[in-house]
Design a binder for this molecule. Structure first.
Ligand code: NAD
Length: 250
């Protein structure tokens, strides 16, 4: 379905981004991976997916520009890299705020502004932003993340309107809790912030949000991304698709 399409997936060395990269490659797309990680493991991933890799640090605007020049025009841009920090606002380290806004929001602005001219020239493009249920609803102690994800949802709607007649769509996918390192790594800080055990955080904080009482799988998110890249999705733009076990229905 995606033969002759080039796809850049940011934050694709792990978790959701890796699942999306795998699914796009399985559909025949030429995939460019990005993200941090062990060089040997990344080389293995590249071989497995027939992908190339650019290790730009997306907190650095100059590094993003260099990456977009090196990669060249892409048909599919998946802005997926993200990070989390859990803390009461009065203790929230300002440098963590800046880092989360840079990676979860500003990086998508830079990749998009640099990818759009090529998409416009071709008259075809797909921009998919991994937002979050936290682009629609808040949780305490995640001020930077919730602000960044709400911003990403607004940014996506704006570019969808700007590109509406260019054959380029822009949409958000908003997962609830997906079992990835990003979720696993926030458990200790949530235990500290809320004075809870690991089991209490899993059941009373994380899955408490999801009426289905189960974690979303990275592959579920990837399947939605593939659908948004298809021809049947040509008129889907400016949407924010939840895949959150019913979280934001409440
Ligand atoms: P993850 O930690 O497994 O993956 C994050 C990816 O981002 C990795 O490839 C990592 O190397 C990359 N990355 C981190 N810092 C980077 C930097 N400075 N420059 C370049 N790449 C960098 O996390 P995940 O759960 O797969 O999250 C992926 C996206 O999904 C994020 O935007 C996250 O906010 C969003 N999301 C996750 C969940 C969840 O429950 N896991 C829910 C909703 C939204």
């Amino acid at each position: 379905m995606l033969k002759n399409r080039r796809a850049l997936v940011t934050g694709s060395t792990s978790g959701i981004g890796l699942a999306i990269a795998r699914a796009l490659a399985a559909e025949g797309a030429e995939v460019i991976l990005n993200g941090l990680g062990d060089p040997a493991e990344i080389a293995t991933l590249c071989e497995e997916l027939g992908a190339s890799y650019n290790g730009a640090n997306l907190m650095d605007a100059g590094a993003i520009s260099a990456m977009m020049s090196a990669v060249g025009p892409v048909d599919i841009l998946v802005n997926n890299a993200g990070m989390q920090h859990v803390s009461p606002v009065e203790d929230f380290p300002p440098e963590k705020w800046d880092a989360i806004i840079a990676l979860n929001l500003t990086a998508a602005f830079h990749t998009t502004r640099l990818a759009v001219p090529g998409m416009k020239a071709k008259g075809w493009g797909r921009i998919i932003n991994t937002a979050s249920a936290h682009s629609l609803a808040a949780s305490p102690f995640k001020s930077a993340y919730v602000a960044a994800k709400h911003g990403l949802a607004g940014f996506t709607k704006t570019i969808a309107l700007e590109l509406a007649t260019c054959g380029v769509t822009a949409n958000c996918i908003s997962p609830g809790y997906v079992w990835t390192p990003l979720v696993e790594n926030q458990i200790p800080d949530t235990m500290a912030a809320r004075g809870m055990t690991r089991e209490q955080v899993m059941n009373d904080v994380l899955l408490a949000k999801q009426p289905t009482k189960s974690f979303v799988l990275p592959e579920d998110v990837a399947a939605l991304a593939v659908f948004l890249c298809g021809d049947a999705a040509r008129n889907i733009t400016g949407a924010n698709y939840t895949i959150d076990g019913g979280w934001t229905a409440e």
